[in-house]
Design a protein around this ligand. Structure first.
Ligand code: ADP
Ligand code: MG
Length: 293
């Protein structure tokens, strides 16, 4: 291969908002046949809004938000940021939580005013031996059907209620996926979110395959499984929970809002919010490789 043509390709990428770390990354992009996309923050804006506060039984919406915000202010998950923002907007005051631990793919736990607070999905509460009330489960179902996320809040072993968080699809997502498919690429949505919510988003953006309910630690194994099936995989993520998957893929592409971890494990950094930058990058790589051959 001629290094000069590859360097020209890298330079051209820079002009398009495609930061290619080196000639190897460009060469890998040219032979990709599968594109795996993270959902939250990649296909969606990641700018989530806590739209519904549903307190159960005697609990008040204020108590729900107060406990939730205390724990979530120590988490950098997009769901956590949405909940803290809503509590601040509603002028709810909260105490400082202690011993906060994130549980990847599940939620977080901490202590607020000497009571244990669990915040996250139904699996988190169930794993800790708690019953999830039918009304809460109904909220979870309803949210999933709207591609929203229902976050459960439990204090001292009691489920106080559910906070519904909605996340908008990026306008450019369906068009960019359609272009990838036209280029002959197999498109896969990979998420830790529930199957029903993932299927709704998958249908809206038009991906070929949806792989849901994957814990952050398992995302890299999914990439490796696809590779074992003979696929050459590009992974597109924002880096919150997917740095390992970005590193495992034949090609890791990080969208710009990503964390430093993602930026380090990515081969290509996409500095445009518009997802058409993904087919642009692969088309550029293919053109560059054709020039060389
Ligand atoms: P994704 O793959 O879409 O980025 P994650 O793996 O980060 O999703 O999280 C999976 C699920 O775990 C979320 O949909 C949510 O139900 C729950 N979860 C994770 N972190 C939190 C948190 N800090 N607060 C509430 N729920 C959380
Ligand atoms: Mg994510």
């Amino acid at each position: 291969a001629t290094p000069t043509a590859l360097m020209v390709g890298v330079g051209r990428g820079g002009q398009l908002g495609i930061l290619i770390k080196g000639p190897d990354a460009l060469e890998a992009s040219g032979v990709i046949d599968t594109v795996v996309l993270d959902k939250t923050g990649t296909l969606t804006t990641g700018a989530m809004t806590a739209t519904g506060i549903h307190a159960l039984g005697e609990a008040s919406p204020t108590a729900l938000l107060r406990h939730a915000a205390a724990v979530e202010e120590q988490s950098e998950h997009p769901l956590a940021r949405a909940i803290v923002k809503r509590a601040a907007q509603d002028e709810v005051e909260w105490a400082r939580a202690v011993d906060v631990t994130a549980i990847p793919g599940r939620g977080a736990v901490g202590r607020v005013e000497d009571q244990e607070v669990l915040i996250g999905n139904a699996a988190l509460l169930e794993e800790r031996g708690m019953d999830v009330p039918a009304e809460a489960l109904a909220r979870v179902e309803a949210a999933a059907n709207l591609a929203a996320t229902a976050v459960l809040v439990a204090v001292a072993g009691q489920c106080l209620g559910v906070i519904t968080v909605t996340d908008a699809l990026k306008d450019s997502a369906p068009g960019a996926i359609a272009r990838l498919k036209k280029m002959g690429l197999h498109t896969v949505l990979l998420t830790g979110d529930r199957q029903a919510a993932a299927d709704v988003v998958g249908g809206l953006v038009g991906v070929d395959e949806v792989i849901a309910e994957v814990l952050p630690t398992q995302k890299a194994s999914v990439i490796e499984r696809l590779q074992a099936e003979g696929r050459r995989v590009a992974m597109v993520g924002d880096g919150i929970n997917d740095a390992a998957a970005l590193a495992s893929a034949n090609l890791g592409l990080a969208v710009v809002s990503g964390t430093d971890v993602a930026l380090k494990s990515a081969d290509i950094i996409l500095v445009r919010r518009n997802l058409n930058v993904i087919p642009d990058a692969i088309a550029l790589a293919r053109r560059t490789l054709r020039t060389i051959r």
